[in-house]
Ligand binder design. Structure first.
Ligand code: ADP
Ligand code: MG
Length: 193
C-alpha cells in the first residue's frame, strides 16, 4: 500500500507563484514529502521523462486529444495535419519536452498509502477545462487541447504526476538519487492510519 509518486510543478506553476499552494495540497491530505528540488530541466532529462518510444502513452495522448476535438467539433487534420493517434502523440511529446525545459520546475516525491492514485485525484483531469473544482488543475487553470493546439504548444496544466506505480518507479530515479530521498515520520501517521 505504501507508494511513492513523482510530482513536477511545471514552469507555468513556478512563474505564477503557485508552488507553495500546490505542495500544501499534498501535505494537507497526509502525504509525506520525501524529496524536493528546484531545477532547470535539461533536454536529456526531458526526453527520458517524456520518452518518444512509449507507444501506449503516445497513443493515449492522441486518443484523449481526438476525444476533446470531437467535443469541440475540431477537425484533427485541419488542426494538426493528421488524425493518427501515434503521430499526434509524437507531436505532443515534442511540445512537452520544450515546455518542461522552458524554465525552472519544482520536482518532488511524496510517499504514503495509495500515493499514486491520491496524487492523480488531487491534480485532476489532464485537461484543466474538464478537471473538477477542488483539484489543482481545476482550481488554477483553464487550458484545453483546442487552445493549446491552436498555439501549437503543450497544455499548460501546472503539474506532472506519475500515472501509475510502474511510471513512478521509472520516473523517480530519473529526478532523484537515493541519497536525496528522506525517511522520517509525520506526526499524523499514528492518528490517520
Ligand atoms: P497527465 O499529465 O494527466 O498524466 P498525459 O500523460 O496523457 O497526461 O499527457 C502528458 C501531458 O501532455 C499533459 O499533462 C499535457 O501537458 C500534455 N498534453 C496532453 N494532450 C495534449 C494536447 N492535445 N496538446 C498539447 N498538450 C497535451
Ligand atoms: Mg502522464
Amino acid at each position: 500500500m505504501e507508494e511513492r509518486s513523482l510530482v513536477v510543478i511545471k514552469p507555468d506553476g513556478v512563474v505564477r507563484g503557485l508552488t507553495g499552494k500546490i505542495i500544501s495540497r499534498f501535505e494537507e491530505v497526509g502525504l509525506k514529502l520525501v524529496a524536493a528540488k528546484l531545477l532547470k530541466v535539461t533536454k536529456s532529462l526531458a526526453e527520458k521523462h517524456y520518452p518518444g518510444d512509449r507507444e501506449a502513452w503516445l497513443r493515449g495522448m492522441g486518443e484523449k486529444t481526438l476525444e476533446n476535438y470531437k467535443k469541440f467539433k475540431v477537425d484533427p487534420i485541419k488542426m494538426l495535419g493528421t488524425n493518427d493517434t501515434h503521430e499526434i502523440g509524437l507531436m505532443i511529446q515534442k511540445w512537452l519536452v520544450d515546455y518542461i525545459s522552458s524554465g525552472p520546475v519544482l520536482a518532488f516525491v511524496v510517499e504514503g498509502p495509495h500515493a499514486v492514485e491520491l496524487v492523480r485525484k488531487i491534480c485532476g483531469n489532464t485537461l484543466p477545462l474538464l478537471s473538477a473544482p477542488g483539484t489543482i488543475r481545476g482550481d488554477y487553470a483553464f487550458d484545453s487541447s483546442y487552445l493549446a493546439n491552436t498555439g501549437k504548444r503543450a497544455i499548460k496544466n501546472l503539474v506532472h504526476s506519475s500515472g501509475s506505480i510502474e511510471e513512478a518507479q521509472y520516473e523517480i530515479p530519473l529526478w532523484f538519487s537515493s541519497s536525496e530521498i528522506f525517511q522520517y515520520e509525520r506526526v499524523e501517521e499514528k492518528v490517520m492510519r
